[in-house]
Design a binder for this molecule. Structure first.
Ligand code: THU
Length: 153
C-alpha cells in the first residue's frame, strides 16, 4: 500500500481516476449523502464505470464498485487490471479516501481469482489529487473464494 499522486501514474490509471470521478457525479445517494464512483480497467484497455445507487428501503442500495462490476460483466468483460474508487459529499468523514466495503472486496476477489491475477485498487481523494495504491488481495487477505469451492459440482 503506497500513497502517490496522479502525475506518478501511468496515463491509463490517471484516466481511470477521472472516469471514477465522473461516475460519482451520477451517484444516486439521497440517503447517505455520499457520492461514490468506481471505474474498472479491463485487460483490453476498456473502461467501465459505476456509481452507488441507494433506495428508500436502505439495504437495497448497491455500492459503486459492484455497480461497475455488474455493468462490465454484462458487457462481456471479466478480466480486470485495476479499479479506481472515489467519493465525495458532506457525509465523507474520513481523510477523503473511501475504503471499499467488505462485500466489494469479496466481489473483486472473485474476479481476481477468475483472471488469475491480482487487481490493482486506486483510492482517490475527491479532487483526484491523492491516491492510495493497493490491491484486491491486499484488501482481503485469506479470502474465501473460488479456490475453496467446486463451481457447479
Ligand atoms: N459505498 C460505496 O459505493 N462503496 C463502498 O465501498 C462503500 C460504501 C456507498 C454505499 C452507500 O450508498 C454509501 O456509500 C454510504 O455507505
Amino acid at each position: 500500500m503506497t500513497e502517490t499522486t496522479p502525475d506518478q501514474l501511468d496515463p491509463s490509471l490517471r484516466r481511470l481516476i477521472e472516469a471514477a470521478r465522473e461516475a460519482a457525479d451520477h451517484a444516486y445517494s439521497p440517503y447517505s449523502g455520499l457520492s461514490v464512483g468506481a471505474a474498472l480497467l479491463g485487460a483490453d484497455g476498456s473502461v467501465v464505470s459505476g456509481a452507488n445507487v441507494e433506495n428508500a428501503a436502505y439495504p437495497l442500495g448497491i455500492c459503486a464498485e459492484r455497480t461497475a462490476i455488474a455493468a462490465a460483466v454484462s458487457q462481456g468483460l471479466k478480466d480486470f487490471r485495476a479499479i479506481a474508487v472515489t467519493a465525495r459529499g458532506s457525509a465523507l468523514a474520513t481523510d477523503g479516501l473511501l475504503s471499499p466495503c467488505g462485500a466489494c472486496r469479496q466481489t473483486l476477489i472473485e474476479f481476481a481469482q477468475l483472471a488469475g491475477h491480482d487487481i490493482q485498487v486506486l483510492l482517490a481523494s475527491p479532487d483526484g489529487q491523492r491516491v492510495l495504491l493497493t490491491s484486491a488481495r491486499e484488501l482481503l487477505p485469506l479470502a474465501m473464494g473460488r479456490d475453496q469451492v467446486r463451481p457447479g459440482a
